[in-house]
Design a protein around this ligand. Structure first.
Ligand code: TXA
Ligand code: MG
Length: 346
């Protein structure tokens, strides 16, 4: 398949390109588009063939459901049975990096929800995503636009690496601002269960929901016989080719450990920006941002993991264990998965 690459940063200025992309979706095609979190690979959510094509392009197991993207929070009515808490969350966080799981309506084929009776809904804030969905006039099913098992793409170049020749169109809209996928919550009345942490934090959700439970798999791996609350929890995610080891301990001890380790063959370090000067010139470094700048760390994490993958000589990557508060929880969740839960106390 020939993949068209369209640069669209302003949906008004590039209206003709956007219309072309929307028509491709309506015709059953696949279009990769930027969102504020990560790039998504989209197809019409009511079209079973489009869903099948998405699973095939990503190499994704068909029991791992897709998120339905809508242009307006009220469009949820077409695909799901909503409730008061959904609208309270929507008023605070939509458009934005939040996905809500609700009982599905028959308009959504079971192939989109991986056979589940619930559907995930998200209204993205990125102007290109929002305009594309509005122009298509229908919900767009869109998982992250990576090959299954690779880090989610935060630039068009990442998408091109994974999906060129497998989709009709890739829209290049620049770097994704957040860099980590949306927060996912399941609702039971006004009690929310956090299934995947993201830029809408646990603390922010607590301002709207009476109670927010954190699914155990957010903080650790699934126990052997545990049933995942979200099918995505059971798959290995974001695994870099080299082994990633997260270092936990007093900041000075962690820095010292990193400096020592950096002298070994095949080792690379993901330091904070402040630590860079402590390493000698021979060290292989992928800086993640300033220590207290979790936004930049989130924005860079997946790009850094992909960059490290481009160095076949690197066998081990050492990084800081992120904190579990605020945006740190989303970083922590992605980092422990990428590290296959390998945490070293120093
Ligand atoms: O930020 C995002 O959410 C990005 C952008 C493109 O919008 N999309 C994204 O989609 O991350 P994906 O497919 O890579 O992740 C969706 C996750 C999966 O782990 C899936 O198991 C879970 O959402 N999910 C989807 N529908 C669900 C449902 N009905 N119940 C429980 N989990 C669900
Ligand atoms: Mg994904």
């Amino acid at each position: 398949m020939k993949t068209e690459i369209l640069k669209i940063t302003d949906p008004k200025k590039e209206a003709a390109l956007l219309t072309h992309a929307a028509a491709t979706l309506s015709g059953g095609g696949l279009v990769v588009f930027p969102t504020e979190t990560v790039y998504g690979i989209g197809g019409v959510a009511t079209d079973e063939a489009a869903a099948a094509a998405i699973y095939a392009a990503k190499g994704r197991p068909s029991d791992n459901p897709l998120i339905v993207h809508i242009a307006d929070p009220r469009d949820a009515e077409r695909y799901a049975v909503t409730n008061d808490t959904y609208y309270k969350l929507a008023a605070q966080f939509m458009p934005g990096p939040l996905t809500v799981i609700l009982p599905k309506r028959d308009t959504v084929p079971k192939s989109v929800t991986g056979g589940l009776d619930t559907v995930a809904l998200r209204c993205p804030a990125h102007p290109v995503a929002n305009a594309l969905i509005a122009a298509a006039g229908v919900g767009i099913a869109a998982p992250s636009a990576n090959l299954s098992g690779r880090p989610s793409p935060t630039t068009a170049a990442h998408v091109i690496d994974d999906l060129v020749g497998k989709v009709d169109i890739i829209i290049d809209g620049g770097e994704c601002e957040v860099g980590l996928e949306s927060t996912i919550v399941a609702l039971d009345g006004d009690i929310a269960t956090l299934l995947r942490p993201g830029a809408v934090t646990y603390e922010a959700l607590l301002c709207v929901c009476r109670e927010v439970r954190v699914a155990p798999a957010v903080l650790k791996g699934l126990a052997e016989n545990e049933r995942p609350l979200s099918p995505g929890m059971k798959y290995r995610h974001y695994a870099p080719r080299a082994s990633l080891v997260l270092l936990d301990g007093e900041p000075v001890r962690v820095t010292e450990f990193m400096i020592q380790a950096a002298r070994e063959q095949g080792v690379a370090i993901l330091p904070y920006d402040e630590e860079i000067t402590a390493f000698d010139g021979a060290a292989t470094l992928f800086p993640v941002g300033a220590k207290d700048d979790l936004k930049t760390q989130a924005h860079r994490l997946f790009a850094v993991l992909r960059e490290a993958d481009d160095h076949p000589d690197i066998k081990v990557l050492y990084a800081h264990l992120p904190p579990q508060e605020g945006l740190g929880l989303a970083l922590y969740n992605r980092a422990i998965r990428a590290a296959a839960h390998t945490v070293k106390k120093v």
